[in-house]
Design a protein around this ligand. Structure first.
Ligand SMILES: Nc1ncnc2c1ncn2[C@@H]1O[C@H](COP(=O)(O)OP(=O)(O)OP(=O)(O)O)[C@@H](O)[C@H]1O
Length: 414
């Protein structure tokens, strides 16, 4: 009755709780996260038909095994043991020889393809393959980091690694396929049905849970460091899954992205993820309507030349970083209530709003030590969702909540 993957996680946390040296025992928050993980692994194993034809099941079992976890540094050999190595022929077949029409996304280091794997006696299994650009040395580093990291992690809010392929010419990562694309697609894509307020909150809560697991639930603290709407993928049920771990292992402050419980470094890098989470909250709340934003910018800059520049900039405005920078600037000058996505106006209960705004403002504090932990963020957002549900329940027919607050943020860019 007990799924092997669930059993491994359960055993591991039990063993660590029973450590003779109290300092080696995990914090209760970590225990909670691990047990939630064990539960979800059990449910996943019960619900999904994995393991037959796909190696997911096998590698989950082995990656948590004692022998493997005792080795501090993963050698490529161990990684190959933990994670299935596909044949290039199979991956070619699954993507119709890397057919351009199968490209579903482009990242900084490679194209992402949709592929289908055959399973004996079962329907095709859909996968996503990231094929690294050959010439990019950084892409190769990202590939190694991402595979090394992801093959050791398992959480309902992290994208699952299925396997990889690597030779001197090709580096390919194979993930579970996320049919609903990225949060970026939903916030900024054309012809997308707008996400409801509750769905946005649920997505943010899922993202916070994924980050919480990275920060405290794995054996070593992991800093994502590359959190953005592009890296938040959505499964069939619109459950968010974090991706984009390759870059998190690079960069001057990343300490190779992964470290032991070094308090000083952890505080800094963990707080960096919390900061990025605050930006995500703003993006989720604010309108994507360029005109509304430009009207504000116009007012803000009070600059006659701006009208001339505007038409050119409008075309370029698809860049989310540009949007986030402008929103970031704007929320320090105009009430956030004026920037809410029009599809959300009247839908947000005031009590819920207050809670969400409080979280966002604290995540964006200039001083990293003043930012909440992601565990606190998760709890506050769950509370915000409850407040929304209570209000919706009490005013069943009401669709026109009025926000009387005027929130102007006071923070500076990191
Ligand atoms: N597992 C997946 N399922 C479905 N779509 C995916 C999957 N992985 C990536 N994509 C799509 O491909 C796009 C690019 O993915 P990738 O991870 O390369 O992007 P990125 O994070 O923007 O790039 P970078 O590596 O530069 O951070 C995503 O935004 C998403 O639309």
């Amino acid at each position: 009755m007990i799924a092997p993957a669930c059993w491994e996680v359960f055993l591991d946390i039990t063993e660590r709780c029973l450590k003779f040296d109290p300092n080696e025992r995990p914090a209760m928050g970590e225990v909670e996260v691990q047990l939630e993980l064990a539960m979800s692994l059990q449910e996943e194993a019960d619900n999904r038909n994995i393991g037959d034809g796909i190696m997911l099941h096998t590698y989950i079992g082995s990656c948590f095994s004692k022998q493997k976890s005792s080795s501090k540094k993963q050698s490529p050999g161990v990684i190959q043991e933990l994670c299935h190595r596909f044949s290039l022929a199979d991956l070619r077949k699954s993507t119709n020889n890397f057919d351009e029409n199968r490209i579903i996304g482009r990242g900084g280091f490679g194209d992402v393809y949709k592929g289908y794997l055959k399973r004996d006696g079962a329907s095709d299994y859909t996968i996503a393959l990231k094929r690294m650009y050959r010439k990019s040395r950084q892409g190769i580093t990202e590939f190694k980091n991402e595979v090394e990291l992801l093959c050791q992690l398992r959480h309902p809010n992290l994208v699952s690694l299925i396997g990889f392929y690597d030779d001197e010419n090709e580096s390919i990562i194979v993930y579970e396929y996320m049919p609903n694309g990225s949060l970026h697609d939903h916030l900024y894509g054309k012809n997308m049905k707008p996400l409801s307020w509750k769905k946005r909150l649920e997505i943010c809560i899922g993202v916070a849970r994924g980050l919480h697991y990275l920060h405290t639930g794995a054996k070593r603290t992991i800093f994502h460091q590359n959190l953005c709407p592009n890296n938040i993928l959505l499964d069939t049920n619109m459950v968010p899954k974090l991706s984009g771990f390759g870059l998190s292992l690079l960069g001057p402050r990343s300490i190779a992205g992964i470290s032991g419980y070094n308090v000083k470094n952890n505080t800094f890098s963990v707080a960096y993820d919390v900061y990025s989470f605050g930006v995500i909250l703003l993006l989720v709340i604010c309108t994507k309507d360029k005109q509304v934003i430009f009207d504000k910018i116009d007012k803000m800059r009070n600059n006659q030349d701006f009208g001339r520049a505007q038409s050119g900039v409008l075309e370029e405005f698809s860049d989310v970083n540009q949007v986030s920078m402008d929103i970031y600037d704007l929320v320090q000058r105009f009430p956030l209530e004026e920037m809410i996505d029009p599809t959300l106006v009247g839908k947000i209960a005031p009590a819920c709003w207050e809670e969400v705004i409080d979280v966002a403002e604290r995540c964006l504090k200039q001083e990293p030590n003043e930012r909440p932990t992601i565990g606190e963020v998760e709890m506050e957002l769950e509370h915000a969702l409850e407040l929304q549900e209570e209000a919706d329940h009490a005013y069943k027919t009401s669709d026109d909540y009025i926000l009387v607050s005027t929130t102007i943020f006071n923070f500076e860019l990191e």
